[in-house]
Design a protein around this ligand. Structure first.
Ligand SMILES: Cc1ncc(C[n+]2csc(CCOP(=O)(O)OP(=O)(O)O)c2C)c(N)n1
Ligand SMILES: [Mg+2]
Length: 235
């Protein structure tokens, strides 16, 4: 990851991208109601600013992995939106040949490794991608996103500890929208806000904070593992 200049053109590009992603998902929601998209459909609406900013910090060869709100991430990394829509509609022309559906987008050639429905399941996988970079001497970073609910998972605690111990080049980004399904963070966390909890597991945080549409994005810029806790609100 690199430190990049943020100009007016950058803000406009972010706004354009976020608007496109929102419209894309609005369309997906309409198709879902018509039952043309089957199964689950978890939208990313309201959280787009996190992606716009953090994808901008990525460089060639960096990787990204997330949970099930995963329709727009591959687009941010250059995937054709038509392939995402095809996947949502179960078509063979989709990114997972129509077999994954809403929660399982994959575009490994673009550095996007899913798309995971098991809460917290992507966290050790993200550390694994980072381990591969370290092992093969590549100077890349893996962005690993998770919801606030995933912080309750043992997989997160084990992975955070190993990442810290082995100094893996992974950035854990906690997208704290205040709820895990219907359960509020206050009802499940001994420590709120969540960044106090993750701080204990953090090697290093270099922060660049940008405000877009009243949402705060915090980007990590150093190739060493770090935790970022971002407050957001789903629309
Ligand atoms: C291991 C596991 N337990 C339970 C579930 C059911 N479940 C689906 S979404 C969810 C809440 C996750 O909340 P959070 O991580 O905050 O993500 P958000 O939906 O807010 O983005 C739960 C418990 C699951 N998918 N996986
Ligand atoms: Mg949540």
């Amino acid at each position: 990851m690199a430190k990049k200049r943020i100009t007016k053109a950058t803000y406009l590009k972010w706004y354009e991208d976020m608007l496109f992603w929102r419209k894309f998902e609005d369309m997906a929601a309409a198709l879902y109601i018509q039952q043309k998209i089957r199964g689950f459909l978890h939208l990313y609406n309201g959280q787009e600013a996190i992606l716009a900013g953090s994808a901008y910090a990525m460089e060639d060869g960096d990787n990204m992995i997330t949970a099930y709100r995963n329709h727009v991430q591959p687009m941010a990394l250059g995937e054709d939106p038509r392939r995402i829509m095809a996947e949502l509609m179960g078509k063979v022309t989709g990114t997972s040949r129509g077999k994954g559906g809403s929660m399982h987008m994959f575009s490994p050639d673009k550095g996007f490794w899913g798309g995971h429905g098991i809460v917290g399941g992507q966290i050790p996988l993200g550390a694994g991608l980072a381990f591969a970079d370290q092992y093969f001497g590549r100077k890349n970073v893996t962005l690993t996103y998770m919801g606030d609910g995933a912080i309750r998972q043992g997989a997160w605690h084990e992975t955070a500890n190993l990442a810290m111990l082995w100094k893996l080049p992974v950035v854990f980004c906690v997208e704290n929208n205040g709820y895990a399904m219907g359960t509020s963070v206050e009802r499940t966390a001994g420590q709120t806000p969540i960044h106090k909890l993750v701080k204990a597991m953090t090697c290093l945080i270099v922060r660049l904070t940008v405000w877009i549409q009243s949402q705060c994005m915090t980007l990590c810029m150093k190739p060493q593992n770090a935790h970022v806790a971002v407050m957001d609100q789903r629309y």
